[in-house]
Ligand binder design. Structure first.
Ligand code: NAD
Length: 405
């Protein structure tokens, strides 16, 4: 597995060759403000104690409080968290929200814990980090394997420790605990708004064939949204299997099949394929919505999609990026494509601080123009510097940070 932080720094090296922001500025962006490792002791259900390793990286707060999710995964480690925190810094900047970048995590397979162990672990993460968190300091959110319920435990723990009852220290909370309408679908919906601006520019069909890697929160919502807007989802995958149906999958039935069998395999009328085959399908839009380092120098040459929409963070390695650019396959970059999630998280924070609750319609009416405007700015920079969309998005973000630093 490539080191995601090195990949992120390669991207920074590349933008330095396109626009000179000055060595001091780049040096500053290479170093997170703080990277913190903690140990979290948890008394397990069998009364034994287990120590888990946790992290919070506060990367850069030039534009506002650190903002970024918390990931629970057995492979989570400090370099991954640093890379994700760096991308959050750029993501908030490109989306045009007044937030900085951070990320957190715990090395754990949450599926192996009981609910009470998971709750103790989540509260333990907050106990160790409460000093640095706060509505105007650092505002975490969910990421892979963390849920609204976990955010509710965390905000409750934070309130007990600090007395802060704004609820604004964590976003992605359940609606009845101060969460925002629309947060659940925001990442997929934001990605669709970005795609729709670029679809016209890239002269793609009104009815595109879409393949989605990862059928979790982001991937399944994206599948539904693309279908609702007239596109055809031909393939989806999860960590265990992938399925393909040329004339489109019935998503409701796929969800029901997954619920009843625990996976996607053997869905009626669809062909079982491998995860590699899904990435290499001849389709219009390939959406990686799982993890980092999925499109690499080993498979980039085999990609046949007309465009890649990165809803996962860091799914394309720098080497693969070059190959796709040469093959004339545009990659709509993660820092913009999946920024709908953090944008609605920012709305949640704003509502909590103002004591307001906006309707879903109000949330989407605010989200859409922000995503469209950011997409047009990215496109304009890519054209101006005759570069990729990713570099265009980086330049928009870095200009905003540089102006305030
Ligand atoms: P999730 O845990 O809900 O879903 C992840 C999905 O990926 C699961 O279906 C899992 O089975 C699948 N998966 C894992 N390994 C796979 C593999 N090798 N091949 C195919 N599928 C595989 O997580 P999520 O919240 O949907 O996040 C997915 C990605 O989107 C992550 O990169 C995350 O950082 C990014 N992201 C999420 C949000 C958000 O709002 N949740 C916002 C921005 C970015």
């Amino acid at each position: 597995m490539q080191n995601p932080f090195e990949n992120a720094m390669h991207q920074l090296d590349k933008v330095a060759k396109i626009k000179n922001f000055g060595d001091d500025f780049f040096a500053r962006l290479r170093a997170p403000d703080r990277d913190i490792r903690i140990s979290i002791p948890v008394q397990m259900d069998d009364e034994t104690f287990k120590i888990f390793e946790g992290y919070r990286v506060e990367y850069n707060n030039t534009l506002g409080p650190y903002k970024g999710g918390i990931r629970y995964h057995p492979d989570t480690e400090i370099n991954e968290v640093k890379a994700l925190a760096f991308w959050m810094t750029l993501k908030c900047a490109v989306a045009g929200i007044p937030m900085g970048g951070g990320k957190g995590g715990i090395t754990v397979d949450p599926h192996k814990l009981s609910k009470s162990e998971l709750e103790k672990l989540s509260r333990g993460w907050v106990q160790k980090l409460s000093d640095i968190l706060g509505p105007h300091k650092d505002v975490p959110a969910p990421d892979v394997n963390t849920t609204g319920e976990i955010m509710a435990w965390m905000v409750d723990e934070y309130t007990k420790i600090t007395g802060d009852n704004t609820g604004a220290t964590f976003t992605g909370k359940p609606i009845d605990k101060g969460g925002s309408e629309g947060r659940g679908v925001a990442t997929g919906l934001g990605g669709f708004y970005v795609f729709d601006v670029l679809r016209r520019e890239l002269k793609l069909l009104e009815k595109c064939k879409v393949a989605i890697q990862g059928f979790g929160n982001v991937g399944s919502n994206a599948a539904e949204i693309f279908t609702k807007h007239g596109h055809i989802v031909v393939a989806v995958s999860d960590s265990k299997s992938a399925i393909y149906k040329e004339d489109g999958l019935n998503l409701e039935k796929v969800e029901a099949h997954k619920k009843s069998t625990g996976g996607l395999k053997d869905f009626e009328g669809a062909k079982n394929i491998t995860n590699e085959e899904l990435l290499e399908l001849a389709c219009d839009v390939l959406i990686p919505a799982a993890f980092e380092n999925q499109i690499t120098e080993n498979n980039a040459n085999k990609i046949k999609a007309k465009v890649v929409l990165e809803l996962a963070n860091g799914p394309t390695t720098p080497e693969a990026d070059e190959i796709l650019f040469k093959k004339n396959i545009p990659v709509i970059p993660d820092i913009l494509a999946n920024s709908g999630g953090v944008t609605v998280s920012y709305f949640e924070w704003d509502q909590n601080l103002k004591g307001e609750h906006w309707t879903e319609k109000q949330v989407f009416e605010k989200l859409k123009p922000m995503m469209e405007d950011a997409s047009k700015k990215m496109l304009a920079k890519a054209h101006e510097f005759k570069t990729s969309l990713r570099m265009g998005a980086f330049i928009v973000a870095l200009e905003r940070i540089k102006e305030k630093i």
